[in-house]
Design a binder for this molecule. Structure first.
Ligand code: NIG
Ligand code: FE
Length: 423
């Protein structure tokens, strides 16, 4: 078989290989490490992964591109399974309000926060949203990310804006090297005009929006912000069951700020993932473990919110909950595209080991967006989505935080990013 690309002399090759299922408990730290590894790629697929030299049946010729990864770490392309990628505007004005002591939920209740981004997203043209998100994707790619989930959710009652966000995500998926996976999040905040009648808005989502999204295959997942003062457990149950009955896969922003039983609901409904979980109850976490609900943790958000709490990743791992991590990139609670920083935060603030963190940002992240058969590990037959880092090992990458360690990013077998070395 002929190789179009070979990465050789890899000091540390973290394949994160396994059986295409989320890794939980002790498996979470199994990153399938190969020292002195080698990878061969043909077109867009991985055709060989091993140690030392390539075997004879892998043929190379003058067209084969060789990359020498001496002294480097090679991992699957990183996956960011929770972002609010497509949005208008920014919220640095709220940054100073927060410094003066206003909380995230106070700002939201007074018509700012998500509402403010909804106004900016409604006003922005398709092209403006596309250009802004494209720039963010470029940053993500530079940090080694090759697949990103993108939620709608800044229409807040204005369905046209939701659809605009989803169409932008679709066009980005077609035109940008990063794969963009769309999630419908019509229930992100209660529109101000429905403030005293949020059930009527829930009905609108169920009767009008979800059927339209499902029929037109505009998203694979449906998410909701289930939080005190936003959507209640009962409302989330209704919306997610309706989504499920229309073939959308349920996800939930659960127990981000106040513990209201979001983790329990995720387990009851069989959500693919529950996200945030900063305030999730121990009982809810145990139930998630029993039903294999993936925890998507967002350590950049807890860092930025500074509400004195972080998700209990250790308890989750001990109770068989597979953990993924993501940026939650959005203009309010986490205005940063840098997944490498979140990986360091996951170790520093959530006490996950570097190996657990790498699994969280690769195969478990792939499972959270149902891409485990294509990406998330370096295995024969999978897409050649590969990141090469200028670090000797995984621990070093996580420990030396806040800078970009990426050397080269390969997407579908093509080199799509290379660091400009300074001579
Ligand atoms: O995941 N919590 C709800 N949604 C986002 C924040 C969105 C925003 O503030 O604009 C989150 O934190
Ligand atoms: Fe979010």
């Amino acid at each position: 078989m002929k190789a179009t690309l070979v990465i050789e002399n890899i000091t540390n090759l973290a394949t994160v290989s396994g059986d295409r299922k989320p890794k939980k408990n002790k498996e979470q730290k199994d990153i399938g490490l190969i020292e002195n590894g080698v990878i061969a790629v043909s077109e867009d697929k991985i055709i060989y992964v091993g140690k030392g030299k390539l075997p004879d049946h892998i043929i190379t010729d003058e067209d084969t591109v060789f990359i020498d990864a001496t002294g480097k770490l090679v991992t699957p392309g990183l996956i960011d399974p929770h972002t609010h990628l497509v949005h208008g505007g920014s919220r640095e004005n709220e940054f100073s309000m927060k410094l003066e002591g206003k909380s995230y939920l106070d700002i939201l209740a007074s018509g700012g926060g998500i509402h403010s981004t909804a106004r900016a997203t409604q006003q922005a043209s398709f092209e403006e949203l596309y250009e802004k998100a494209y720039r963010s994707l470029n940053i993500m790619l530079e940090y080694g990310v090759t697949t990103v989930e993108a939620k709608s959710g800044y229409g807040i009652g204005d369905f046209k804006t939701e659809l605009k966000q989803i169409e932008v995500a679709k066009k980005l998926n077609e035109n940008h090297p990063i794969d963009v996976v769309p999630t419908f999040m019509g229930a992100h905040a209660v529109p101000l005009e429905y403030k005293d009648n949020s059930d009527a808005f829930v009905d609108k989502i169920i009767n009008e929006m979800i059927p339209y999204i499902a029929q037109n295959k505009l998203a694979e997942f449906c998410d909701i912000f289930c939080e005190e003062g936003v959507f209640s457990i009962e409302q989330a149950r209704k919306i997610l069951l309706s989504a499920k009955s229309h073939g959308l896969i349920p996800k939930i922003h659960a127990d981000e700020i106040v513990s209201i039983g979001g983790a329990e609901l995720a387990s009851e409904i069989g959500c693919i993932s529950a996200e945030h979980l900063i305030s999730a109850s121990k009982n809810g976490i145990k139930k998630m473990g029993e039903r294999n609900v993936i925890a998507v943790l967002l350590p950049g958000t807890s860092f930025n919110l500074q509400e004195g709490k972080v998700a209990d990743a250790r308890f989750m791992i001990e109770n068989d909950v597979p953990v993924a991590i993501a940026t939650d990139y959005n203009p309010g609670s986490c205005p940063s595209e840098n997944l490498q920083l979140m990986m360091s935060f996951a170790s520093i603030t959530l006490k996950m080991t570097p190996e657990e963190v790498l699994t969280a940002a690769t195969i478990n992240a792939a499972c959270a967006i149902k891409r485990e058969n294509e990406v998330g590990s370096i295995e024969v037959g999978k897409k050649a989505d590969i990141a090469i880092f200028d670090v000797p090992n995984v621990a070093y990458m996580i420990y030396h935080f806040g800078i970009n360690h990426t050397n080269t990013v390969i997407k579908n077998g093509e080199i799509v990013y290379k660091k400009n070395g300074r001579n």
